[in-house]
Each structure stands twice: as structure tokens, then as C-alpha cells.
Write a protein that binds this ligand. Structure first.
Ligand code: G1P
Length: 286
């Protein structure tokens, strides 16, 4: 059975995005012409995901609203001959089944993912962290699902090579490369550079077996006093195995203002009209 459910943890405060995220969920800040989370949902849907469990928190109800129907607005758009815009709303809301689970306490990424178990009844689940945007084809999640199909009992994660001093920002992995895959044996959350097992970092794309939820339930606090997904994955690596690969698509960090801006420019160049493309290129050359 393939992977049709995804968990998107989106309960975080967005402290790296302040002051922009003070009263607007950072996932609703735009990348080009739509909220950043819509790009993540589109990637999931393109990879065959049919149900998204959105882990939200206080002040984040706008996330579900974004993917809801807007009957009043739809009728206004239709009356003003903007049928295409009205149809877009319907299409967005039907692209997937959305379920919201609130994470009452901020107890870390592992806890957030565990909250998503409520909406899950299959053998494997995808997890997409909305700070990480991937643009390009094939989509990052679809590549990871293909790898997971070859070893469904193992966990699969997206990797990114980073400079050694960046290790403090990421979960870092170590293991043995075979072709494009790393057989991961070590995962450490945000280590000092001298303790990082390699220069490969975990990015926000995972395909994980159901067993993960049992591991998370028994997982004590780790780095920053939080329940870390990375620590549960270390146990999974020892029990069933973990595979990693660097997706072909390019990854953007939309979790801070600089990354959001760069991702926006990339999207404008990829999805904008010819005239916008020319304008962006001309502006950047000045
Ligand atoms: C989370 C994970 C970390 C991973 C990162 C990728 O950290 O805990 O292992 O490398 O996402 O973006 P966060 O950025 O939420 O602190």
C-alpha cells in the first residue's frame, strides 16, 4: 500500500520570522503569490497524498481557513466574472482531505508528529516540515516515497549537505553511502560541528513506518528539553533501518525572512509571466 497520509507540523511560533510572524502564522506568509504552506501541500498532493493532518496551535486557525471553501467570496468573484479565481478556491479545498489537530503544549517536533497519530490509520506516513520548500521535478516527496516503496519497514528522510558550522541548526546523520542512498546508522539533533557524524543534515521530508508512533510515545526529552523526532529515528535506525537521499529538487529554507525572499524570487521566475520574469531579472541586475 502506498503512502496517502501526510502530517504537516505547523504549531511553531515562528521566532526566526519575527516581526513578520507576530500576528500572522509564518506558514501563511507569501512565497510569490500564495502562502508558503500551499507550496508544501501542492508537493504532497503531487506525490499522491490524499489526507493531510495539520498540526496547529493557538493563533493558527488561519491555516485551515486558507484551505476551506469561501462561499461568500466565491459568489462575489463569480458575479464579477472572475470564475477562474472562484474555481481555484474550490480546487484548493478539494485537493486533499484536511484534518486539524491542535498541539496544546509546545513539547517539540516529536510530540507534534505524535499528535498527528489521531488522523492516521495506515502502514506509513509522510511528514513534511513547512519551513522547507522544495522546488523542481521530480518532487522531493515523490522520490522519497519511491525509495520507501523499496523498503517500507524502514524510515526514509531527505538529506542536504551543509557547511560544518551549520550543524547546530539541523539534525545531522552519519552512515554508509550506496549509490544515491545513505544507510543511516547515526542521527544527532543539532550537534556542535565536532560532534556531527557527517556534513549531511536532515531536511523536512520524511516517510516513516507506523512503528514511529510507538517510539515517540516512549521517547524522553532530548535537545532543548523537547521530544525530538530525530531521537526516535535513531531508535528506528537501530531496529528497522533508516535510509537517506538528497532529493533532486532544490530546497529553500522558508523559515526566515531571507530564505522566504529567495524562495519567492525562485517562484516568480518559475511561475510568473514572461513580463514578470523579465522585470525580476532587470531589477536584480541594477
Ligand atoms: C527540525 C528538525 C531537524 C531538521 C530540521 C530541518 O528542526 O528537528 O532535525 O534538520 O527541522 O529543517 P527545526 O528547524 O524545527 O528546529
Amino acid at each position: 500500500m502506498t503512502v496517502t497520509t501526510a502530517i504537516i507540523p505547523a504549531a511553531g511560533w515562528g521566532t526566526r520570522m519575527l516581526p513578520a510572524s507576530f500576528s500572522v502564522p509564518k506558514e501563511l506568509l507569501p512565497v510569490f503569490d500564495r502562502p508558503s504552506i500551499e507550496w508544501v501541500v501542492a508537493e504532497a498532493v503531487a506525490a499522491g497524498i490524499e489526507r493531510i493532518v495539520l498540526i496547529s496551535g493557538r493563533g493558527k486557525s488561519g491555516l485551515m481557513d486558507h484551505f476551506d471553501r469561501h462561499p461568500h467570496l466565491e459568489s462575489i468573484l463569480t458575479k464579477s466574472a472572475k470564475d477562474e479565481a472562484a474555481a481555484e478556491i474550490v480546487k484548493r479545498s478539494k485537493s486533499c482531505q484536511f484534518i486539524e489537530v491542535r498541539q496544546g503544549d509546545a513539547r517539540g517536533l516529536g510530540h507534534a508528529v505524535l499528535c498527528g497519530e489521531l488522523g492516521f490509520n495506515q502502514d506509513r506516513v509522510a511528514v513534511l516540515l513547512p519551513d522547507d520548500l522544495y522546488f523542481g521535478s521530480p518532487s522531493a516527496l515523490s522520490e522519497l516515497i519511491t525509495l520507501s516503496d523499496s523498503a517500507p519497514e524502514k524510515g526514509v528522510i531527505g538529506l542536504l549537505e551543509v557547511a560544518p558550522e551549520q550543524s547546530r541548526k539541523y539534525g545531522m546523520v552519519g552512515g554508509v553511502w550506496r549509490d544515491r542512498q545513505m544507510q543511516i546508522d547515526t542521527l544527532v539533533e543539532k550537534p556542535e560541528p565536532e560532534n556531527a557524524p557527517s556534513n549531511f543534515a536532515i531536511t523536512g521530508r520524511y516517510v516513516l513506518p507506523r512503528q514511529l508512533f510507538d517510539l515517540l510515545r516512549n521517547q524522553g526529552s532530548g535537545a532543548l528539553g523537547e521530544i525530538q523526532l530525530t531521537d526516535a529515528l535513531q531508535t528506528l535506525a537501530a531496529n528497522k533501518g533508516m535510509l537517506g537521499m538528497v532529493p533532486s529538487a532544490k530546497r529553500y529554507d522558508a523559515g526566515d525572512a531571507e530564505g522566504l525572499l529567495i524562495a519567492s524570487l525562485r517562484c516568480a521566475l518559475d511561475h510568473g509571466s514572461d513580463s514578470l520574469r523579465a522585470r525580476v531579472q532587470a531589477e536584480l541586475q541594477q
